[in-house]
Write a protein that binds this ligand. Structure first.
Ligand code: HAM
Length: 409
């Protein structure tokens, strides 16, 4: 788990701000679920998934309750819906950390942040399109140009069940050619074998049955409408029949946003899909749902790789240098900040030279200097720190904020 220090932390804030600015005007309100929930909430993600089997940070609390740090927020949002029963469609967005006990590497962390949206209570293929489009537009807003949208449908639960049975038969007939890991996965979750990136599994995956051959009329119509809607919005996508994703709650539409620059195992910048049975599993009424989550950590790495969304260090407007003991700097910095300027100062009554050096390092546009003479005369000296001119002027204390504003314009 990592510390995020300034100025990088400012970039995190802008990331979430950019997301909020995109989804709030589309009718999404922010939901803030707790970091910790009863473990039962997350078991619904799928007993056969790696997240539930191996990656949960769970423990028994002082009251004897078995709880877990959230590995994702979709299940929490559905649990919140079940308890609060807001009117539908319930459109929400969220941001914040999640915890998975994974092997840390570039783009994969044990604490990682996501932004995401979920919509509960509407089963409309054009809603799927709205959701997918918002994710797509977010990457565009960040300036990323190498993101690819992969799309699939897992069919209705019955279609999916027939498909899983066919897949199990297919892989069992080729079990000797599979990697030991995939043999194990096959026993619990044949769909996940399709996710294997191991070369040994590639031939068996290549000629596996295709989900598209198992769609009933309803799932086929829904999927066709989603594709039609994406075309109407001019959003390019690639149909990827092996896209099953790592969570068991998906039905029908699934999708993933793939970056163009990271290692393939960490290349999924975000993903989502429909999870029409999840609310019911959590004790609520039958309620369709769809959403996505985008990984902040990973997406910022993609931004670095593409050279976009670099946030400048929070630059200062003015730096106060006070050689009379520091009390003037205290008052002046306070006044300048109250006037809306970004102002900092030196501490510990250092020498003029040391304070001017600090002013230079601070990146401020101007220095405001007060010595004994200035203090006696009720003035301060304004000295530019950037640009050609270093010409300094003496300004009455009452006019200081206005003069600084003029000088930095
Ligand atoms: P997920 O695919 O597990 O889906 O995670 C979504 C994104 O979170 C990934 O694409 C990735 O960018 C990021 N992520 C996941 N694990 C890590 C990690 N260990 N380190 C860094 N980043 C990571 C979900 O979480 C679903 N809740 C998405 C969803 C929302 N489906 C429907 N609604």
């Amino acid at each position: 788990m990592r510390d995020i220090l300034p100025p990088e932390s400012g970039r995190w804030r802008s990331f979430v701000g950019t997301f909020a600015d995109l989804v709030e005007p589309a009718g999404y309100g922010q939901v803030i679920p707790p970091l910790l929930e009863d473990i039962g909430v997350f078991s619904r993600i799928g007993e056969a998934t790696e997240i539930v089997q191996k990656e949960m940070y769970d423990f028994v609390d002082k009251g004897g309750r078995h709880v877990a740090l959230r590995p994702e927020q979709t299940a929490s949002v559905c649990r919140a819906f079940t308890q609060n029963r807001p009117p539908t469609p319930w459109k929400v967005w969220y941001a914040g950390p999640n915890f998975r006990y994974e092997r840390p590497q570039r783009g994969r962390y044990r604490q990682f942040d996501q932004v995401g949206i979920e919509v509960l209570g509407a089963d409309d293929p054009y809603l799927d399109v709205e959701v997918i489009a918002l994710g797509w537009q977010f990457f565009t807003a960040l300036g990323l140009t190498k993101v690819k949208l992969l799309l699939n449908s897992l069919g209705e639960p019955d279609d999916r069940a027939r498909y899983v049975a066919a897949l199990r038969g297919h892989f069992e007939a080729r079990i000797d050619s599979l990697s030991p890991e995939s043999r194990q996965t096959l026993a619990t979750n044949p769909l996940r074998v399709l996710d294997s990136k191991r070369a040994q599994d590639a031939p068996a995956i290549a000629d596996a049955p295709r989900i598209a051959d198992f769609y009933g009329a309803e799932a086929a119509a829904h999927f066709a409408a989603v594709q039609d809607g994406l075309r109407a919005l001019g959003i390019p996508f690639v149909i990827e029949p092996s896209l099953v994703r790592g969570l068991d709650y998906y039905r029908r539409t699934t999708f993933e946003y793939q970056g163009g620059t990271l290692d393939s195992a960490q290349n999924a910048l975000g993903g989502g899909g429909r999870y029409d049975g999840l609310v019911e599993d959590l004790g609520g009424p039958p309620t369709p749902g769809i959403g996505f989550a985008i990984g902040l950590d990973r997406t910022l790495l993609a931004c670095d790789d593409e050279g976009v969304f670099a946030v400048a260090a929070g630059e200062l407007d003015v730096f106060v240098v006070d050689t009379t003991g520091g009390r003037e700097a205290l008052v002046l910095a306070d006044e300048l900040r109250a006037a809306g300027l970004r102002a900092d100062r030196a501490y510990e009554n250092r020498s003029m030279k040391a304070q001017m050096k600090a002013a230079g390092r601070s990146g401020a546009a101007v220095a405001v200097i007060v010595g004994t003479d200035e203090l006696a005369a009720g003035v301060a000296v304004l000295r530019p720190l950037r640009g050609e001119s270093r010409e300094q002027v003496s300004v009455a204390r009452g006019d200081l904020a206005e003069s600084v504003k003029k000088a930095i314009r």
